[in-house]
Design a protein around this ligand. Sequence first.
Ligand SMILES: Cc1ncc(COP(=O)(O)O)c(C=O)c1O
Length: 459
Amino acid sequence: MSKSISDTASSITETFIQRTTESGAWDARAKRSMPGGDTRAASYYTPHPAYMARGEGCFLYDRDENAYIDFLNNYTSLIHGHAHPATVSAIQEQAVRGTVLGSAAEATVEHAEMLCARVPSFESVRYCNSGTEATLLAMRAARAYTGKDLIVKMDGGYHGSHDYVQVNIQSQTAEDGLPRRTLSSRGVPEAVLEGMLVAPFNDLDALQDLLRANSGKVAGIILEPALGAGGVEPEAGYLAGVRQLADSHDALLIFDEIMTFRQDLGGFQAAAGVTPDLTSIAKFIGGGLPLAAFGGRGEIMAPFDPTHPQTIPHNGTFNGNNITMAAGLATMKEFGAEQVVRINELGQRLRNGLNSAFQSAGVRVRAVGSGSIIRLHWHDGTARTASDAAAAQEKAQELPKLLHLEMMNRGIFSAPRCQFAISTPMSENEVDAAVDAMAQSLDTVRPYVESHVPHLAHG
Ligand SMILES: Cc1ncc(COP(=O)(O)O)c(C=O)c1O
């Protein structure tokens, strides 16, 4: 039995290594100058990541000329796939006039006008270069506005890599109804825990208890409207309930829509009909260049005005740089209501197709998520919280990794945790190709499922 386990895993890995020898050579070279040969943990995977040489529309080609349909889309940040003509022209036109002129830029104003027109919570916005900065600054704005220090985040919630949000990224088991507050990385000061509280997602009672126990001290509640970790969707009424609890405790509600913004023209908040006080967005708004924004009610954002008597200084050498804003504006102009509907429909087609493939293969895995983002639950029940999703993933052992690698062997590129994002150049053909590849991959991993994770095999 154990022979078939190692046979399955090693034959998938061996096929990948054989197909990607150039990438393997680059990985060996990279390891000499970078720890692990890597500079971004989320896109690293063993035996080595494929080195992509170029992207065209929804296709990627690696150094060995293997073609992939790109369902990673740089973790949802490429709404039009690669090298969309409008974005390329905007970049080219700006490049010859200078990439960053160190001054205010018209494209920034137009981009901000578009965001304020689209996103219900945006009366006023500011730009930065990463989602990490956008959540850091939204949290700072909440503290400044309320004059209070504590921020509540969700167990399993991800808000980037600044110190204050390195708490319970990996979900923790509950003690007395609340997840144990835990630092998620070495090197983060213990003092961070004094500034953060942690609630389980989809649990209004626990949030209420936490807010009552810290009455008068909570500046804000930050959450992804749908948890990225494990693809946990909000239950009916949950987001509205959080809104009410925030109001009744004089805390600001901050939505981290860095990933979910693509779900509707005005973000998840527009679709859910719940308007937060502050919102952070990033990913595709820069047209494939690094860009993020945070914004909200005018009175909360007002102190970011450099002439405000109690200004909150907000700097960044590349904030609102010309080339990124030009690329972002061109990209946003090509993303309207019609495109949102189309990619969300393709997302649903992929979820349905994958679920049929899992069912036909007798594997208890479920495609979940919403709109154009598709995630896998490593069981066929429902995950209410991040800890449900994490427990299921842990029990699935190597299956996510093997499926990811086998899908790559079959020309489908996704996040190593098997997250898929649709881009506008895709059609039903690419979605159906991913479903076929999954059906075949499930066939390949069957011996592993049966012998190693039999709880995921239908009896
Ligand atoms: C929900 C969420 N918040 C914050 C971030 C951090 O953004 P960045 O990687 O641009 O710093 C991410 C990145 O994936 C994210 O998904």
